[in-house]
Design a protein around this ligand. Structure first.
Ligand SMILES: Nc1ncnc2c1ncn2[C@@H]1O[C@H](COP(=O)(O)OP(=O)(O)OP(=O)(O)O)[C@@H](O)[C@H]1O
Ligand SMILES: [Mg+2]
Length: 242
């Protein structure tokens, strides 16, 4: 279980997260919504331990999160990879880090699921498309089956059909393997389809936190209402009403 307790973070002299608390159980998905600059990526960096908070703490089952127990799909797909290494080497790095052998079957099964030709992964990051790099980032996060995966807008560079397909694959593996997923997304359709819990961040604070069913039926905060109304107007939540 991931627990974030009363997290306050300063960056560049400004408070960018204030008193943020949330929790996330194994096998569940928490979607973090909020406008650009709200502090979503800062929250992820804090969970990873890349930023020291001013106050508060992050824990997994009451202990600091162990290295290797958490994977990240970065918001900027190419920046996620070492430009000098082949993608395959980077993608399999989490296995080496945890002292696990490379499981060829799993590797090829995940490549197929993500529609990544294994040959593509023999290349370097600047020799593939951004959408391919994004899916390679998802592959790297899944490869070592960590208990917690943080996704920072993981499907933003993909076309709609590939988004849907990739989202389904992530969910299928989550059902099999039971990782907890914290996912930052601007795609309310995705959140409605895949998340059990919603947190809305605004200017560094939790504006609203609720079960997804409750949130999409009856958002409480005015900002939450505007997000849901905009998604309804775009038809992004239609499958939910059905
Ligand atoms: N390294 C940094 N130094 C100083 N301020 C930063 C730094 N990184 C981010 N910030 C500031 O912290 C705030 C939150 O940024 P963050 O990247 O967490 O936003 P976000 O919600 O992920 O936005 P987006 O949807 O655009 O990715 C912003 O005001 C940003 O300018
Ligand atoms: Mg961000």
């Amino acid at each position: 279980m991931l627990t974030v307790e009363r997290l306050t973070v300063r960056r560049g002299g400004r408070e960018v997260l204030r008193d943020v608390s949330l929790s996330l159980a194994p096998g569940k998905t928490l979607a973090v919504l909020g406008e650009s600059g709200a502090g979503k990526s800062t929250l992820i960096a804090s969970v990873l331990g890349l930023i020291n908070p001013e106050h508060g703490m992050v824990s997994w089952d009451g202990r600091p999160i162990a290295r290797g127990a958490v994977a990240l799909v970065m918001q900027e797909p190419r920046a996620a990879f070492n430009s000098r290494l082949t993608l395959r080497r980077s993608v399999c790095e989490p296995l080496r880090a945890r002292g696990l052998p490379e499981d060829q079957d799993r590797f090829f099964r995940l490549c197929r699921g993500l529609e990544l030709e294994p040959d593509l992964l023999a290349r370097r990051p600047n020799q593939i498309s951004i959408g391919q790099a994004q899916r390679a980032g998802v592959l790297r996060a899944l490869i070592a089956a960590p208990p917690l995966i943080l996704f920072d807008e993981p499907l933003s560079a993909l076309d709609a059909a590939t988004q849907k397909h990739t989202a389904r694959l992530i969910s299928a593996i989550q059902r099999e393997e039971g990782f907890a997923a914290l996912i930052v997304t601007h795609d309310l359709g995705y959140a409605a389809a895949h998340a059990e819990n919603i947190a809305v961040l605004r200017e560094g604070r939790i504006e609203e936190a609720a079960d997804a069913d409750v949130f999409f039926r009856n958002p409480q905060s005015s900002y939450g209402q505007s997000l849901v109304n905009a998604a309804v107007a775009l038809g992004a939540l239609e499958h939910r009403a059905a």
